[in-house]
Design a protein around this ligand. Sequence first.
Ligand code: SAM
Length: 841
Amino acid sequence: MAIQKKHGKGRLDKWYKLAKEKGYRARAAFKLIQLNKKYGFLEKSKVLLDLCAAPGSWCQVAAEAMPANSLIVGVDLSPIKPIPKVITFQSDITTDKCRATIRQHLKTWKADTVLHDGAPNVGTAWVQDSFNQAELALQSMKLATEFLVEGGTFVTKVFRSKEYNKLLWVFNQLFTKVESTKPPSSRNVSAEIFVVCRGYKAPKHLDPQFLDPRAVFAELAEQAPNNEAKVFKPEIKKRKRGGYEEGEYTQFKEIPASEFIETIDPIAILGGYNKLSFVQPRNGDVALAALDKMPDTTEEIRICCADLKVLGRREFKLLLKWRLKAREAFGLPTKKTAAKPVVPEEVAEVEPMDEELRIQEELQALKDKDSAKRKRERRKDNEQKQKEIVRMQLHMVAPMDIGMEQAGPAGPDSMFALKPIDKKGAVNKIVKGRMALLTESDAKKDRDSGIGSSGDTDEEDEEEDRLERELDNMYDQYTERKAESDAKYRAKKARQEHEDGEWEGLSADEQQSSDGEEMEVDSDEESDEDDSIPSKSLITDLDNGPAGPGGLSKRASNFFSQDIFKDIPGILDGPQAEEEMEVDEDELSDDGQIEALIKKNAKAKKEKPKEKKEKAKKVKVDVPSESEEDEKIGFEVVKQDQEDDWENHDKRRDDGTLDIDIITAEAMTLAHQLATGQKTNYEVMDEGFNKRAFRDRDGLPDWFIDDETKHDRPQKPITKAAAMAIKEKLRAYNARPIKKVREAKARKKFKAAQRLEKLRKKSDSLANEEGMTEKEKADGISKLFAKAAKKKPSTPARLVVARGLNRGIKGRPKGVKGRYKIVDPRMKKELRAQKRISKRK
Ligand SMILES: C[S@@+](CC[C@H](N)C(=O)[O-])C[C@H]1O[C@@H](n2cnc3c(N)ncnc32)[C@H](O)[C@@H]1O
């Protein structure tokens, strides 16, 4: 092979680099590798002949892929450097000498595979090059026929040229399977293609013409024009740009229409002629005259016949139909009449077949219709889903909204579809409580359609709206008055506002709120009215609101804030989790008035931090310091701000989980069920999705919402055991001292311990004192203990007369230290008088 210098960047492609890396002599090696990968002929071969093998990369590949001890013979015009396990020699494959040498090497064996990758020196004209390539391929074929074993494989390279098909034809005569392929490593710019011929037929006698380039590549007569293509696909017919066809020098060809009727090849006429004429020849044509007068020869047919070259598919069909009718009229054989000579019995048999066919066709049509309908519906559904997904991506809808609920009450799938009456958004207006905005035309339309036609006029609507507004105002006033007079109601209202009232789950909040109900069971202290105030709103606010902790929507945050999720890490690690209210039994005070505690929680929650600070400040001012008060009146005052602190402080167990107390029978029942496996977390979650979970309360008046939430609350079943457990718990709460008392006791205990420690230190130092006798030490220590045990004489409180500057003051009068008592002058006089009288007696 002429050594090619691969300078061009394009030539140094990945196959070239890969060949270098793998040690192949040419990148062509990969062509054979890829061909073999596809057809797997090398592994099956024991003898291989490689024609045009220099520099020898194909031989290398063959040596690698073929079984051990295979015979590989390579020949080329150019010398081939020795390759292990490969016999190579230099020769021209077109010569007899080459054939003889091959015979010499193969001895009596036949080759399982013959490869040919020859490329003659190119560079002359393309036509010549391609012809030389094709000729060389045929020469290699010739050698293959001589040395190939029956069933053997011949792989050759050819160029895509006009000789290509001729070569393929020859290959197809000699092999059972012939396939053309272009391996990926063959450059796209190259016209080369590889033909893999498998299953050599090994004919005993082979016509030498098969292998004679002159015979094989001889020019064949031109193919007959394809008139059918001209007629049935006139739109895609290829325009002839090269002038007139050989022998066709007439520009316009005309033929009598009768000939078109009579011919057995109407397509040829339609494709080859310009006009079907109705003009009578000089000697007259009866058939043409009859055709001219035939009623089926319409004006349209005549126009079509006038210029066949401009006709389309439809017109050609029209002409062919017309021809058939004419042939029937003339008694000429048609397809119909040709099928007619059947015995009557057979006709009778054919009829039911036709009927069956008709039914089948009808069934098919129905099926098609049905499937088209389903397809349409599917597409519609998909579009809807697609829209929802887009809306979700834009945070326009919560994930759980997809499905039945997503369309809402006016949706197509809703049970009470309002779509039919939702004229011009009337439903939305009604929902917003603006009935008056409905125009006269809307109302009229509704009346006309008979939907919701109450005969209301605008004035009546306005009156209704006014009454509704009045009712709302009155209800607001009522709630305000009630809030002023009833602290419990106030607290509940505040809690209600805070909680958003969306979820009937099992959050700590709910436990606390539902505690009210529990307390009713235990005590009759609660008024009926309080009982009626909902612990939590049951009407849903679909407002998704700002994202909650962890990027969750408000609704999702509420959902995941349930207790059942509390042990799952990462679900609600936001501030809301920290806000979860806890009730620790240690913190419960006020003689078991849990209700009061809850009230306080709600209040504290509502209070803004700023307000809280102010309140704490105020308390600090009003309440005397702990030490002072302690000294004077003997009991301690606990600061208000300290009291509030516990609310925001999460109690946690040793394992870090939230220590939430169960204080309602419902929660206790549920806890039992979860613990005993009667219920799963999933079921609990599932129960959360009920008719109350996602209610839209937009536009509804407050009195209605309040009334609704008062009565429409779920009745969760409770077990006797759970109720008893809760009762027991509450009893234990009630038995506990209040927080202030406990704290005071703890402080006293702490101070006593401090005093004791001080005493111990003093007595220790006394015991270690040098220069004192044991008796003196013992006396000293007993004195110390006696002094410690002696109670301080309580100094009587100083009486401060509430007169002058001290009149009506609150707190400690100016300049007064220690314990004091404010008395009025009258009282002081009376006391002195009493003393005097007692002395006289
Ligand atoms: C593309 S190369 C073959 C590469 C070879 N398949 C390999 O893998 O290394 C084409 C070879 O055909 C050879 N050739 C062309 N005409 C020939 C002929 N008449 N007889 C023998 N070899 C010929 C050239 O010398 C050239 O080396």
